[in-house]
Design a protein around this ligand. Structure first.
Ligand SMILES: [Zn+2]
Length: 176
């Protein structure tokens, strides 16, 4: 069983997308911490993260962790000017397409959110995170929901652990 890397998008100085008092970087940190905890405690996996607690190291540090890992996933939130934009997607190199689809499908089954792209998969040059260094290094950029969608954000706040459990299960299965 190889090393799993779970990192949080953006950083302590770059909040990412914002909706009211909710910041993408903080949601990413919360999901990173919970998913890493579940992978360690429920699945006995070795997990590296880009910080603990509220610490969210910048992208250059997260990218360094990707190399040498069996599977690396960075959590982001999607965002759009259209408040109704919704759905789940994961961006990566094409060799990770099946894993992206498995993680997105698990999140969709837990949340009821739709899958964007090809059953959740989008190439690394798609969308607002085009040519992401993280994906180019071999990692998966996972965007489970739109922080700009008030309804989806509210669901996330109520069901954080449910979503993280589903995602962790798919990651553990993919890494097996
Ligand atoms: Zn982001």
């Amino acid at each position: 069983m190889g090393l799993i890397v779970i990192t949080a998008g953006h950083s302590n100085t770059d909040p990412g997308a914002v909706n009211g008092s909710h910041r993408e970087a903080e949601i990413a940190c919360e999901m990173r911490n919970i998913i890493a905890h579940i992978l360690r405690s429920d699945y006995g996996l070795t997990v590296k993260t880009d910080g603990t607690g509220n610490q969210n190291l910048p992208l250059r540090d997260a990218v360094k962790l990707v190399r040498g890992s069996a599977l690396a996933v960075e959590i982001h939130c999607n965002a759009a000017a259209n408040k109704r934009a919704t759905g789940i997607e994961a961006l990566a190199l094409s060799r990770h397409k099946a894993v992206c689809q498995a993680i997105c499908t698990a999140a969709a089954e837990a949340s009821g959110w739709k899958l964007r792209g090809d059953k959740g998969y989008k190439p690394d040059n798609a969308g607002q995170h085009r040519r992401l260094a993280y994906a180019q290094a071999g990692g998966i950029v996972f965007e489970p929901f739109f922080i700009s969608n008030d309804k989806d954000l509210a669901w996330y706040k109520e069901n954080t652990w449910k979503l993280c459990r589903a995602v962790a299960g798919a990651i553990a299965k993919a890494a097996a």
